[in-house]
Write a protein that binds this ligand. Structure first.
Ligand code: HEM
Length: 125
């Protein structure tokens, strides 16, 4: 590897094609879920420890800001699931040509957003 590789760090001027956007969001959503695991483990342990702990966990989860965070995590799971299945299909050689790859990238992006809106609707009921 050459020690003087060109570096372009103006991230806002890099115009990723939509498969690139889906790819970076897949990575970000995976990391978001991993980071959330200790929080859920702690909440679960607290809820099981005592009736007061259960009430505290329920109150925490009832906070609107926390619910907004849960909705973002729901998006992360949905995007990661749908884009992940897309990658597994691509790994099998399906939909590798550029037009199909672009269409499936748009489909993954929009499907995850639509399903997240449905989850938000379910949370409001
Ligand atoms: C729900 C079903 C899931 C599917 C279908 C799925 C699929 C995938 C696939 C195919 C990859 C490799 C992507 C690549 O080739 O670059 C991947 C990476 C990854 N997944 Fe999942 N995954 C799922 C659930 C999860 C969950 C629940 C978590 C976290 C708790 C997670 C965390 C990650 C992380 C951190 C990576 C590495 C991301 C990167 O650095 O590019 N995944 N997943």
């Amino acid at each position: 590897m050459t020690p003087h590789r060109p570096v372009f760090l103006e991230l806002w001027r890099i115009q990723l094609p939509v498969p690139g956007v889906v790819s970076i969001l897949h990575r970000i959503s995976g990391v978001m879920m991993v980071v959330a695991i200790p929080l859920f483990a702690w909440l679960f342990a607290q809820a099981l420890a005592s009736p007061e702990g259960f009430a505290a966990s329920a109150a925490f989860l009832g906070n609107p800001l926390v619910q907004l965070g849960l909705l973002v995590l729901a998006w992360a799971l949905l995007h990661h699931l749908i884009a992940g299945i897309r990658y597994l299909l691509i790994d099998l050689g399906l939909g590798v040509d550029l037009p199909t790859a672009r269409r499936s990238a748009w489909t993954s992006l929009i499907a995850a957003l639509v399903l997240t809106v449905l989850v938000a609707g379910g949370m409001l009921l």
